[in-house]
Design a protein around this ligand. Structure first.
Ligand code: ROI
Length: 310
């Protein structure tokens, strides 16, 4: 089941609250985060004398029944300090089920599509960004795109995989192909690389890679010379620069965490099938923009350099 959720906040540190809400939604069992919109500053709709809101929308896929999903969203609202005071009052966080693909619901607790969705530009503008096929009319409300969404880091995922999107086996990479290593170096040199501990262990002598800003995303508080260590996705956002090229280089777990926010994917696909125990995530939310195939010199394998965009 594909579902779109609207997020809103106009009390406290709204940017951090929206980011935290998205990370908490990501952690709901049986929920997969697929896509995130920009953040938008919006004037309060339907009420006066409140601070402006920060609004966004996300796309998820889930096996949860809609009412169970609603329970989970309300638990997260509560965890983030939402206290229900007055109807339509200012709030630290508001999470609304906006749309569910192929479903309509009219029950006491839940109406889908959301009762006021098509009247509210603050919900429609972010929704339309991640669901461009949506057929709707805007009302000309003042909605300003602002910095702060995880998508503003424009993450680029880069990996070498076999035909089945296998990444690695028993802690080792599947391939060491010099054409691919050269391409990896050319793309990442002078930029930021983000990786997990298992990927660090695949580096020569387990050392950070030269000529790049190395960031290890790991909750074990080790100290590594030549790399910055961050313990969570939210801390990663604090240390990253949106003007930089931020390459995510693996492994499986780190790709899974960051692919919902990614702008681009560089995949080298080797025309072979190899035993693997770690895989690159599904790329169905992306469009294949480019593919260049070549025969590698020493063995007679073909490889394809693919580039995907949103
Ligand atoms: N207005 C804006 N702009 N954004 C919101 O998220 C929002 N949420 C609400 C009300 C009070 C209706 N107005 C809003 O619940």
């Amino acid at each position: 089941m594909i579902c779109y959720i609207g997020l809103g906040s106009n009390l406290g540190e709204s940017k951090l609250t929206l980011r935290r809400a998205i990370e908490l939604i990501k952690k709901i069992p049986a929920v997969k985060l697929l896509r995130v919109s920009s953040f938008y500053e919006t004037e309060p709709w339907g009420v006066e004398g409140q601070p402006n809101y920060l609004n966004a929308a996300i796309k998820i896929s889930t096996e949860l029944e809609p009412l169970k999903l609603l329970d989970e969203l309300q638990r997260i609202e509560f965890e983030l300090g939402r206290i229900r005071l007055e109807h339509w009052g200012a709030r630290t966080i508001d999470l609304d089920i906006l749309l569910i693909e192929g479903r309509e619901i009219f029950s006491e607790r839940l109406t889908v599509p959301h009762k006021f969705l098509f009247a509210r530009d603050f919900a429609l503008v972010p929704l339309k960004e991640i669901f461009p096929q949506l057929n709707c009319k805007l009302h000309g409300d003042k909605i300003i795109r602002v910095a702060g969404s995880p998508i503003d880091f424009k993450f680029k995922l880069i990996a070498c995989v076999d035909k089945n999107f296998g990444l690695g086996n028993k802690g080792k990479l599947l391939f060491h192909i010099s054409e691919d290593l050269k391409n990896f170096r050319r793309l990442t040199l002078g930029h930021t690389i983000i990786f997990g501990r298992k990927t660090l262990e695949t580096f020569p002598n387990q050392n950070p890679l030269d000529g790049r800003r190395n960031i290890l995303l790991s909750c074990s508080h080790e100290n590594i010379s030549g790399a910055e260590v961050v313990g969570s996705i939210e801390k990663l956002f604090d240390v990253l620069n949106t003007a930089e090229d931020n390459f995510v280089i693996g492994g499986e777990q780190i790709f899974n965490e960051l692919i919902p926010y990614a702008a681009e994917i560089f995949l080298t696909v080797v025309d072979a099938e190899v035993d693997a125990d770690a895989y690159f995530p599904n790329v169905d939310e992306f469009i294949l923009a480019e593919s260049n195939s070549l025969r590698i010199t020493h063995c007679s394998l073909r490889i394809a350099f693919r580039r995907y965009t949103r």
